[in-house]
Design a protein around this ligand. Structure first.
Ligand code: OXD
Ligand code: MN
Length: 618
């Protein structure tokens, strides 16, 4: 189809969507338009085209059926936080933790960049639902993109295609998400295997109008716009406006041997093992317990008429970090990856299979690394990029929860916040109240790892693990969390039991003086989850501390634990006043940055903590 033929009378039944498609086509000037129906035949055709163009390398079908490897451009391997903007009329609306741009300036800049940016390419229109189709917790988006890699990835990561268009009908609401790799092709110019714009990238969000525009990157979080851009940045702003929560949280189901089931939602910053926790396999001694996976990254949570907070996973797949994933750290993830996957920036074995650091104890003798170069164990570099990813549908996961696609969502009994802290933060503590718990989440910190830029072990505040994802002023976000609790508490009539989830803080990463982890982590985290489960049932022993309730040695189930060691547990659970006085200083530094939108409640909680750790002399 030529450009002049690009104003079809009606590509879809939705007038507003038709107009938007026509406007975008007139601006971007693609060779043709394709409305995605989400069918298997459509995915197969696009996959075959990407194999022909070199974007996808088929893996050995005997070892990993229907699976592919993509190698991105070296300039396009991660989310680009410094090129991510929240576009609001006033900078205060974006707040101190976001890059701000005025919407007018952003639109002018982007309109110039998008003019003709899809020349020589197909413009794909992807209707998608974030969350189960038709759920009142879900929301619909439409992504326009010139990347077939985005189309097949969105098919795994969201509910996508014709059924969503049908649901949208003639006038349904949707979030427009516009994406281009930013590499138009001149007449006859051959394409590269990973088109992107190495020099110019913009990931722009418009929380007032609920729009997303992304230019120049083909990488996951910058290009699969349903994920971080919609489900967190725009959705958090929608949630603020509409009274719900859009959070960077996994959701898991916990079922006791007696068949009692609870759901908990847990927020952790990157590199803290979210996917591993969401797919945990209970350890020796706790085999009667079951952990099931609703989601591994994002939770949308709304209050039902019964005052219960119900959550859905808006996604339908996993876009997980491959390095470190193994049969030991996450057997359910490994089982999920046996077929029908796309791997990005992992290494290729001579047999045509994939490999990454941590997958096996012994290093393969020869590989092709993530950049397509020969690799041996003494190459002196990593074979897979540290941010190499797998993309796979949720339905591949053996631990998938039976309610993962339930339009009602699942009732949340507890929120858990956790970071990576070598010192200071105890293994687990339960907040005394909703407000104290919100404070715990808001002051969450995590240490930078050797893989990240900056000094190792430096604590970065990452409130509710939302630092790069909160689409509005972080102080207003804290107030919003407080108000969710107040609204529920105030709606509870005398004599009714509170439906507010309990709030916990965990730290799997505390070390002893010799630098060894005090807690084994992985499957053993089930022991802490079991205590959390018991606390939400009003059972489970605990003692009071300066920070909240914490388990004593006898309150944890050690059945099957090799060499349960009380003194190591005491070190893991310890709350040290001098460490906490330093921690409170760091929290105050962060609060000063938040400025005048910081809720006053936080200042009084701070003062109370300060008093507990350094009581004033009478
Ligand atoms: C992710 C992230 O990709 O948090 O989930 O960076
Ligand atoms: Mn994430």
């Amino acid at each position: 189809m030529t450009v002049s033929q690009l104003t079809p009378p009606a590509l879809v039944d939705h007038k507003g969507l038709n107009e938007w498609i026509s406007e975008v086509a007139a601006l971007c000037k693609p060779d043709r338009i394709h409305i995605c129906d989400g069918s298997q035949s459509e995915a197969d055709k696009l996959t075959a085209e990407m194999v022909a163009s070199g974007t996808l390398i088929p893996l050995n079908a005997a070892l990993r059926p229907n699976s592919f490897l993509a190698r991105s451009d070296v300039s396009d391997v991660a989310r680009v936080e410094e090129r991510t903007f929240i576009c609001t009329n006033q900078p205060e609306e974006a707040g101190p933790t976001n890059n701000w741009m005025h919407p007018k300036e952003a639109k002018e800049t982007l309109t110039k960049l998008f003019d003709g940016c899809m020349r020589g390419r197909v413009m794909y229109v992807i209707p998608f639902s974030m969350g189960p189709l038709g759920s009142n917790i879900s929301h619909i988006g439409v992504e326009i993109t010139d990347s077939p890699y985005v189309v097949v990835s969105m098919r795994m990561m969201t509910r996508m295609g014709k059924a969503v268009l049908d649901l949208l009908g003639a006038d349904g609401q949707y979030v427009p998400c516009l994406h281009s790799v930013g590499k138009p092709l001149a007449e006859g110019e051959a394409d590269v295997s990973w088109p992107c714009n190495p020099d110019t990238k913009y990931i722009c969000h418009f929380p007032d109008t609920h729009e997303i525009i992304s230019y120049g990157s083909g990488y996951g979080g910058n290009a699969l716009l349903g994920k971080k851009c919609f489900a967190l940045r725009i959705a958090s702003a929608m949630a603020h406006q509409q009274g719900w929560l859009a959070e960077h949280m996994l959701i898991l189901g916990l079922e006791s041997p007696e068949g009692e089931k609870k759901y908990i939602a847990c927020a952790f910053p990157s590199a803290c093992g979210k996917t591993n926790l969401a797919m945990l396999v209970p350890p020796k001694g706790l085999e009667g317990w079951k952990v099931t996976t609703v989601g591994d990254d994002i939770a949308w949570i709304k209050r039902g008429d019964d005052n219960v907070l119900r959550a859905i996973n808006p996604e339908a797949g996993y876009f997980g970090v491959a390095p470190g994933t193994s049969g030991k750290t996450n057997p359910n993830a490994i089982a999920s990856l046996q077929r029908d996957c796309i791997f990005t920036n992992v290494a290729l074995t001579p047999e045509g299979d994939v490999w990454w650091e941590g997958l096996t104890d012994t290093l393969p003798a020869n590989l092709i690394d993530w950049q397509g170069k020969e690799w041996t164990p003494d190459s002196g570099r990593k074979a897979a990029h540290p941010n190499a990813r797998f993309t796979v549908s949720a339905t591949n996961c053996p631990s998938l929860d039976e309610n993962w696609d339930n339009p009602q969502g699942v009732p949340i009994s507890a929120f858990v916040f956790g970071g990576r802290r070598q010192t200071t933060v105890p293994l687990v503590v339960q907040s005394y109240s909703w407000r104290d718990g919100v404070y715990m989440g808001a002051t969450l910190g995590s240490e930078t790892t050797a893989a990240a830029a900056g000094a190792v072990g430096q604590v970065r505040r990452d409130p509710m693990a939302m630092l790069p994802f909160c689409g509005y002023n972080i102080g207003d976000y804290f107030a919003h969390w407080l108000s969710i609790g107040e609204r529920i508490e105030n709606s509870i009539v005398d004599g009714e039991e509170s439906t507010l989830p309990l709030i916990f803080c965990v730290n799997w990463f505390r070390k002893d003086e010799g630098g060894d982890f005090l807690w084994p982590g992985y499957g053993e985290n089930m022991r802490v989850l079991k205590w959390i489960f018991e606390r939400t049932s009003g059972a489970g022993g605990a003692e009071s501390s300066e920070l909240g309730y914490r388990p004593r040695f006898v309150d944890i189930d050690w059945n099957g634990f090799d060499a349960a060691d009380e003194s190591r547990f005491q070190s893991a659970i310890k709350i040290d006043a001098s460490e906490w006085l330093q921690e409170l200083d760091l929290q105050r530094e962060f609060f000063a940055k938040v400025g005048k939108s910081l809720p006053a409640t936080f200042t009084s909680i701070q003062a109370r903590l300060q008093e507990r750790f350094a009581p004033k002399k009478p």
